[in-house]
Design a protein around this ligand. Structure first.
Ligand SMILES: NC(=O)c1ccc[n+]([C@@H]2O[C@H](COP(=O)([O-])OP(=O)(O)OC[C@H]3O[C@@H](n4cnc5c(N)ncnc54)[C@H](O)[C@@H]3O)[C@@H](O)[C@H]2O)c1
Length: 277
């Protein structure tokens, strides 16, 4: 087991901390004694989480940051100072078939879910390496382990996030930096990002509760875990790739994975940059 980072007394920065899973992790980390820095492109949402934490007696700051804007990330990081835990959580989805998605929505998914990982992590990693401690968390997805219909942009971006974490982990270990990484791959969570999705087998592939996922991530950071897959069954899905493609596809059909997005509505257009029809 790698070295965990105690949340009590630490500084934890979370991107996309203004809503959903990010908000839950921010509130939970503050309860465990972290000073929490909330970054969100939605200034009002980030400020509301800051105020919620302060009202409960915790320590928090909020910065309105678009994580795809390299200059803004650099400036905000200089203002934020050193952090012990970085949670790369901001994410978007278009949720359309490849031919129905706009080019802008596809580009946005890649910018937020992939390229921003580089800009934000590079802004804080040097300090962690220098201090010989810290944890970089990448919120990927089960969709980063198996491709899902109507998620060509999202799945590809989360495969990239998964690969980003794995390469970074290798690099940090090879250089004996003492900095840990954690990748998180949840199936659907009830945050509203995937409103309308349905699961065929809720007992084995449930729609997860955002509070449970947030608590599991915070536990994993403290325990020094390097991978968190929820529910654990999802860990088996990529293993099926050793089988012929026809068998792999058949298993996905039986599990209903590629029908989950049939009734997807999304929470609101702001998540995709365009109104969802
Ligand atoms: N909801 C799910 O089913 C699910 C499943 C697996 C993984 N995830 C991942 O969990 C993470 C959190 O998702 P969520 O479900 O809480 O969604 P959410 O939409 O509730 O939260 C995402 C947050 O990211 C912020 N954001 C978007 N673009 C940004 C940008 N350019 N700069 C800064 N902030 C930005 C949004 O304002 C929002 O507050 C995402 O990475 C998502 O891909 C979600």
């Amino acid at each position: 087991m790698a070295k965990g980072t105690r949340l009590s007394g630490s500084t934890l920065l979370i991107t996309g901390g203004g809503s959903g899973l990010g908000r839950r992790m921010a509130l939970g980390a503050a309860r465990r004694g972290s000073r929490v820095l909330v970054w969100d492109v939605d200034a009002a949402a980030g400020a509301a989480v800051r105020d919620e934490i302060r009202a409960a007696g915790g320590q928090a700051e909020a910065q309105a940051v678009d994580v795809t804007d390299r200059e803004a990330v650099r400036a905000a990081a200089a203002q934020a100072g050193p952090v012990d835990v970085l949670v790369n959580n901001a994410g978007v989805v278009s949720g359309r078939r490849l031919l129905d998605a706009t080019e802008e929505a596809i580009e946005r998914t890649m910018n937020v879910n992939v390229l921003a990982l580089y800009w934000v992590t590079r802004a804080f990693l040097g300090g962690m390496v220098q201090r010989g401690h810290g944890t970089v968390v990448t919120i990927a997805s089960a969709a980063g382990m198996v491709g899902v219909a109507r998620q060509t942009d999202y799945s590809a971006s989360k495969f990239a996030a998964f690969g980003f974490n794995e390469s970074l982990r290798a690099e940090l270990r090879a250089d004996h930096t003492g900095v840990n990484t954690l990748v998180v791959c949840p199936y659907y969570i009830n945050t509203g990002m995937f409103d309308g999705v349905q699961t065929r087998w809720p007992r084995i592939l449930p729609i997860l509760g955002e509070e449970d996922v947030a608590a599991a991530v915070l536990d994993a950071i403290e325990a020094g875990r390097r991978k968190l897959v929820l529910p654990p069954l999802v860990n088996l899905l990529p293993v099926l790739r050793v089988l012929p493609v026809s068998v792999f596809d058949r298993v996905m059909d039986v599990l209903g994975v590629n029908r989950t997005m049939d009734h997807f509505t999304g929470r609101k257009g702001s998540r995709t940059g365009e109104p969802l029809g």
